[in-house]
Design a protein around this ligand. Sequence first.
Ligand code: ZN
Length: 251
Amino acid sequence: MALPYVILALVLGLAIGSFLNVVAYRLPRGESLSHPPSHCPTCDAPIRWYDNLPVIGWLSLRGRCRACGNPISWRYPAVEAVTGLLFALVVGTQDDAIRIALGLLLVTALVPITLIDLDVRLIPNKITLPASIAALIAGLALDIHYVPEQLIAGAAAFAFFFLAAWLYPRGMGMGDVKLAGMLGLYLGRAVAPAIFIALITGVLVGVVIMARVGQAAGRKTAVPFGPFLALGGMIAFFVGDSIMNAYLDRF
Ligand SMILES: [Zn+2]
């Protein structure tokens, strides 16, 4: 897509990223997403609109609350920047309406899923379920011929992880199973490389942690798997089909 659309996507992604910070903070706490308006988590002072501008607000405050001076985590502007850049990347690299819709929806779902799983080791149904429905609606509305592939890939990924969770209950939860099914709906057959990348990177990070803190402590540290599925899903969205074609061409 042309540059003006990419810039528009960047700005939209920055704003959505700001909202996703709110989702990641409030959803696990059972708080309303719309009320009250943004406030400092330390002193409760309301945040003025110009201090709440994505990335720019945090930079102009040098990462401190205007009222109480307590530090505001760098995670907030980082999440906004990453969401904005991924939105721009989706619009910059994709041409079909279905691909753009699925890409933007996927980023919107995976960013809070990653943050919440890192924070509280949980992948909320309140995100995976609506995101799964949204993927199907996008398929039905924009490319009905893609829907069977979405459903088959979603069911296959769900079944694969259901089996994995059953065989290895300490490593996977039902949240991971549902997330894998959701990824199938977004990626179609490219869900295969997504799962492969997630397993490889997950095992690598697990090995590194065990090497650093020892095997027994490493097992207890139990890294959540959701962020690896999110990483694999995002990479596979952009290059998964090329990986599948290159692989299938060899036979
Ligand atoms: Zn404050």
